[in-house]
Design a protein around this ligand. Structure first.
Ligand SMILES: NC(=O)c1ccc[n+]([C@@H]2O[C@H](COP(=O)([O-])OP(=O)(O)OC[C@H]3O[C@@H](n4cnc5c(N)ncnc54)[C@H](OP(=O)(O)O)[C@@H]3O)[C@@H](O)[C@H]2O)c1
Length: 269
């Protein structure tokens, strides 16, 4: 059997899904949105590398997934971690077809209180690591016939929101980079796409400061909260061959929230 890019694969991977024979790296793949992405990719047939900083939940999830997943422990705040993690994955898998740049966290506070240390600590994980991973994974994929890279941004990557200056700078930076990466690696059959979740109940940081669910839902045209599985479904589509002619796209998983502005004439039907 061969992969869609023409290379032989390990015959132990059963042929039962659209991503059968592919390998995938999901950063932050052991919990929250990343865990649902890992589950989705594995169910679709991919062999998944779960990267994170906390061994316990990574190992537990790996034990539940099909297709012989691996755990890669890496602290992406460290400058050398992206390259080392990528090398570990390609050494153990032989090749990498899909990268999901999902690891990240939010931070909230006034812009005039941002310090150089806060900036460096935050950007190391939320901008530097995904940028380094994207470039180095693209080189590897280009050398192996192609691949698909999906960034997890945020609704705040595309529009302003009081108190989120560092977060919006990091996500907006990845979105700008995705356009350049699309241009640079497209001719080598490496696709870059970005998914923007809106609001999903995941981390210990939930709820965000000032959260008002009823008010939020009134501003969402579909009037429903988003779930991690909604994000995973979008990633699955972009990672696979159904999206073979899609690169440089931005997919909002937000019930329509980012497409509209609040009504000023009281029309809340
Ligand atoms: N939840 C939302 O409402 C929302 C909305 C828009 C966008 N997003 C984005 O979606 C992505 C996932 O968020 P989430 O809500 O699922 O967050 P989460 O539940 O807090 O999970 C964060 C993930 O990032 C990983 N991570 C954090 N720091 C790391 C480090 N230094 N090294 C390696 N891994 C690290 C964690 O891995 P370990 O636990 O293993 O360390 C964890 O898997 C983030 O990029 C976030 O910005 C979330």
């Amino acid at each position: 059997m061969s992969t869609p890019h023409g290379n032989d694969i390990d015959g132990t991977v059963p042929a039962n899904g659209p991503l059968t024979g592919r390998t995938a790296l999901v950063t932050g793949g052991g919990r929250g949105i990343g865990a649902e992405i890992s589950r989705g990719l594995a169910r679709a047939g991919a062999r998944v590398a779960l990267l994170g900083n906390g061994l316990e939940h990574l190992t537990r999830l790996a034990g539940e997934l099909p297709h012989d997943p691996i755990v890669v422990r890496a602290d992406l705040s460290r400058p050398e971690a992206p390259e080392a993690a990528l090398r570990e994955v390609t050494d153990r898998f032989g090749r990498l077809d899909i990268l999901v740049n999902n690891a990240g966290f939010g931070t909230f506070g006034p812009s005039d209180e941002v310090t150089p240390e806060m900036y460096d600590d935050f950007m190391a994980v939320n901008l530097r690591a995904p940028l380094l991973l994207a470039g180095q994974a693209a080189r590897h994929m280009a050398d192996h016939g192609g691949g698909s890279i999906v960034h997890i941004s945020s609704g705040i990557g595309a529009s302003g929101n009081t108190g989120w200056v560092l977060y919006s700078a990091a996500k907006g930076g990845m979105e700008a980079a995705a356009r350049t990466l699309t241009a640079e690696w497209g001719p080598h059959n490496v696709r870059f796409n970005t998914v923007r979740p809106a609001v999903i109940r995941t981390s210990a940081a939930w709820p965000p400061p000032g959260w008002d669910e009823a008010a939020y839902l009134r501003s969402v045209p579909l009037r429903r909260m988003q779930e991690a599985t909604d994000v995973a479904d979008a990633v699955l589509f972009l990672a696979g061959d159904s999206a073979r002619n899609i690169s440089g796209a931005f997919v909002d998983v937000d019930g329509g929230w980012g497409a509209v502005k609040p009504s000023v004439v009281g029309a809340d039907a």
